[in-house]
Design a protein around this ligand. Sequence first.
Ligand code: UDP
Length: 265
Amino acid sequence: MRILVTGGAGFIGSHLVDKLMENEKNEVIVVDNYFTGSKDNLRKWIGHPRFELIRHGMSSFHLILLTSTSEVYGDPLVHPQDESYWGNVNPIGVRSCYDEGKRVAETLMFDYHRQHGIEIRIARIFNTYGPRMNIDDGRVVSNFIAQAIRGEPLTVQAPGTQTRSFCYVSDMVDGLIRLMEGENTGPINIGNPGEFTMLELAENLINPNVEITMVENTPDDPRQRKPDITKATELLGWEPKIKLRDGLPLMEDDFRLRLAVPRKN
Ligand code: UDP
């Protein structure tokens, strides 16, 4: 199959490309503008006969599978979130550009599906972590791991009792591929229902001697988030396999390489 991956030089995109390239029948074309992605993430495929990389911004639309987000649920009043929940989103807040952008992307996907019969898939991705994550884009897992490696205090944003549910990237890619290959349009939640407060995340991280410092939060931060994955389990036969405590050290190894701070034994 010839497969186009938009954003394929990014964190999740590049792991998806690795998986797709394992199948010798697949040809993979990546289009990326390197806004957040990096050519480094695809280095091993450059020059491969079944692989092509195009630097380009996509002002048009994903035509096939849309990677939407748990942010469509906003600061959810229903917990855990299943796909029938319409969300609680502030339309004019600092997060709205992303949240409402993804919501309108879902709307457009469904309009094209209804009006033009275009086959679509929509995944709602919950917080994902793993090797190749951007070191400095401010996400909580990447911040905490980089801080722990550098011996800096972990910056827990107040109040620290807010929760997230973290999915390891290989589980995410497996879910996306199953959705793409199956018959269900979605939206379908793909995420790990293991839920942690930010304080629990900090406390369970790598080095127990690292300090924790409480810092100010950004507005409209969702207070709780946990996917209901009944649909993914029943329709795709999918469930995550990697527990947070097993996934974090794999990400730490990658961050240590990139930050050039070897593990002390
Ligand atoms: N967070 C934190 N310390 C950080 C970065 C983020 O405590 O250094 C918190 C943030 O307040 C939020 C959670 O971690 O409650 C997840 O934030 P992230 O930006 O990683 O993901 P999202 O909010 O998009 O789920």
